[in-house]
Design a protein around this ligand. Structure first.
Ligand code: SF4
Length: 710
């Protein structure tokens, strides 16, 4: 990671205004979004959008030809441009031919993508952005930090300063007054402009129409007042039929600005007369810029489904801390990382992809159903293939890949830590390791791993057997969690075996793009866990469970290894996370809670993988409630705690404020204890509370309910 990138993160984090503005916005956004979608089946809606856009991506060329035919039949000129240069040349030649000196623009990410303004201005053409946010940024000489609200990072006082300079009059930060100034200034520009440039939110092939969605009405003025209108349209905006506008327009305003509909929706079909009756020139540029290549890529084709609503940014715990400028030049947030890798260059995404904590908040709200975290992992994989892994990482994974060496190292760590460990925590580390204990204490490695202590648990002999997959944290740090799981399953008449050859689930390697290492981990674990015939494979770690249920298969697919996939599927079918399996056993009457128990108040933190990938949200809550706990929900109970596997080590400066927010939300409940289903989250939250010297305790759900069962 370059110093410049680290510096840009540091600057963003030190900007209190940015964090508080984006933090408040993100909180309000989620509430307003839920309200905007009331009465709408979001899953059904996004399935429809994904289907419509996926069809369009698969038939991009046919739809582009159909669009061009129909638009030209209605008087438009359609130009197909493969590269940003071709788009810019076309517009510059048109300006020359028509003696265009002034242009007004409405907001368009496609023109931002190719840096159109700079190129026009270099040729002496005056360009004015007419979206209020874009105009503010143009005057300030800044670039957008958000796809929908480009100036969200700015305070009204800053805007007042910028406008004061522009009109040479001292203005206060009174918003209605500032808007009035903008309206007066921009009106002059609209009336004088020789050309209007827009993008398009949708392009309909069967009619050759473009659809524009705005709240300020500026796109209407841009497309009607000047005698020439140029629309720059990315190929991903194509849909086949008019009726397909409906699902997109149902989702776009709700997801983008929490509105049921934007103030203006304009559909332009062919050239329309100018105000003086003369024919208007309508030029539509269908821009490729690697979209065709993207449509042919089996993994990244789905990114073309994006409707640019930016809801993925609004819910991202990292974006709301650092804002958009850290993410690069044009597109921001998770989807921006992917688009930058394609529209700019894979290399450009090298650093920004590391901002993703893989919490999955973005894909949960994406109305186009894009697996943004999955695509970022694929970027990491391709970057690792193209550039190789960093030396340190390579050395670490070489050890992880060797089960015996890895486990010996962890055993050795329990001795090496002795000078630093107190009361089960390492609170301070020396020298270059000190960052690791700045925001939270680390857990001490257990004296004896679970693979040793399980042998001492007296288990009944049962016909039904479960293999326990511990994962590194339960095995070597929190063996007591493993013991609780074994004892609970024993109560249900299930004997638990511990396949000794199990090893790391490969998540750290996969998240770093080191798929060869993850593949070796997957093969070792599939072999180990299928060695003995069992009815269930259970894990008390959701990240590991996701690896066993889904990621081993994906890893083999990505590596082009078809042979181990069948066995990985057999393993996946038997694998359960702790809460889902135990809740099922309770429902089946195989486990019973003691009656009349009142263990007190608890708050529950949803781990990202458990909630968003395994969809187990109610199961742990049912277990805790049936055990007699009174659950007080914390604010943002399903927001990441900042752990993110090795993210907390690679990005401690971002992980720390995310954890701080989580701790504040926990403390605000007044609950004396937190239940969590993920040992990684236990490590992060318990460590943070220890650092704060808080008396609040944190335990795995298994530990919370063990004593409450008959
Ligand atoms: S990826 Fe999804 S959530 Fe993000 S901007 Fe695109 S459509 Fe919206």
């Amino acid at each position: 990671m370059t110093t410049a990138f680290k510096e840009s993160i540091k600057t963003a984090l030190e900007n209190d205004n940015l964090a508080s503005t984006l933090g408040r916005f993100s909180e309000a956004y989620k509430v307003a979004r839920t309200k905007a979608y009331e009465g709408i089946d979001f899953e059904a809606l996004r399935n429809t959008i994904a289907e419509v856009k996926s069809f369009a991506a698969s038939h991009q060329e046919e739809l582009a030809e159909e669009f061009a035919r129909n638009a030209e039949a209605r008087g438009a000129k359609v130009f197909r441009a493969n590269s940003p240069e071709a788009v810019k040349d076309y517009i510059l030649n048109l300006c020359k031919e028509k003696a265009v000196r002034t242009i007004v623009k409405s907001k368009s990410m496609a023109t931002e993508e190719i840096h159109l303004n700079a190129s026009l201005q270099e040729h002496g053409i005056e360009v004015t952005e007419t979206d209020l946010g874009e105009w503010i940024l143009q005057l300030a000489g800044q670039r957008p930090s958000h796809m929908v609200m480009p100036a969200i990072h700015m305070r009204k006082e800053e805007v007042a300063d910028i406008f004061s300079k522009e009109i040479e009059e001292r203005l206060s930060s009174d918003i209605p007054r500032l808007v009035k100034v903008a309206r007066a200034e921009l009106r002059e520009k609209f009336l004088a402009a020789d050309m209007g440039i827009t993008g398009a939110n949708i392009a309909v092939a069967e009619t050759g129409s473009i659809v524009l969605v705005t709240n300020e009405g500026n796109a209407r003025l841009v497309t009607t007042l000047p005698k020439i209108h140029v629309a720059v349209v990315g190929l991903e905006k194509l849909v086949a039929k008019s009726e397909e506008i409906v699902p997109i327009l149902t989702a776009l305003p709700r997801s983008a600005t929490n509105q049921l509909m934007t103030s203006y929706v304009s559909t332009i079909t062919g050239a329309v007369p100018n105000l003086d009756g003369s024919p208007k020139e309508l030029h539509i540029i269908l821009m490729d810029n690697r979209r065709t290549e993207m449509a042919e890529d089996p993994k990244f084709k789905q990114a073309l489904q994006c409707i640019r609503c930016a809801s993925c940014l609004n819910v991202c715990p990292v974006f709301r801390l650092v804002g958009g400028h850290v993410f690069g030049k044009v597109y921001t947030g998770g989807i921006g990382t992917i688009l930058t890798a394609w529209f700019d260059a894979l290399k450009q995404s090298d650093e920004i992809q590391s901002l993703c904590i893989q919490c999955g908040n973005c894909s949960e709200v994406c109305p186009a159903k894009i697996d943004i975290p999955g695509l970022i992992l694929e970027l990491r994989r391709r970057l690792a293939v193209e550039q190789g892994q960093p030396m340190v990482q390579k050395a670490i994974f070489a050890v992880v890949n060797n089960r015996r060496a890895f486990h010996s190292l962890l055993r050795a760590a329990s001795l090496a830590q002795l000078p630093f460990a107190r009361e089960g925590f390492i609170r301070h580390l020396p020298l270059f390791l000190s960052d690791l204990t700045n925001s939270r204490s680390l857990p001490a490695v257990a004296e004896r791993p679970f693979r040793d202590t399980i042998k001492e648990i007296k288990q009944p002999k049962c016909k039904e057997k479960a293999a326990f997959y511990a994962g590194c944290l339960v095995d070597f740090v929190y063996p007591e969690m493993g013991a609780a799981v074994v004892k609970i399953l024993n109560k249900a008449g299930i004997e638990v075996i511990f396949p000794e050859k199990q090893t790391c689930c490969g998540a750290p390697a996969r998240y770093s793009g080191a798929y060869e290492v993850a593949g070796q981990n997957a093969r070792d674990n599939v072999d180990a866990l299928l060695e003995e015939e069992v009815q269930y494979v259970v894990s008390a770690c959701p990240t590991c469970t996701v690896a066993l249920k889904e990621e081993f298969i994906h890893t083999f697919e990505s590596l082009g290894q078809s042979e181990p996939i069948e066995r990985a599927r057999i393993l996946a079918a038997k694998t359960f996370d702790f809460s889902s399996l135990v809740n099922k056993l309770v429902h089946d009457g195989r486990l019973k809670f003691k009656t009349d128990q009142h263990p007190g108040q608890v708050t529950y933190h949803d781990s990202c993988h458990l909630k968003r990938t395994l969809h187990a949200e109610k199961e742990p809550r049912e277990l805790l409630t049936n055990a007699g706990y009174e659950i007080t929900e914390m604010f943002e109970h399903d927001m990441c705690c900042g752990m993110g596997g090795s993210y907390t080590i690679k990005m401690p400066e971002i992980s720390a404020p995310i954890l701080k927010r989580k701790l504040n939300n926990i403390k605000a409940t007044g609950a004396p204890m937190v239940a969590v289903d993920c040992p990684g989250c236990v490590m992060q939250i318990r460590g943070g509370l220890d650092k704060d010297r808080s008396p609040i305790t944190v335990e795995h759900t298994a530990q919370r309910i063990l004593e409450m069962l008959e």
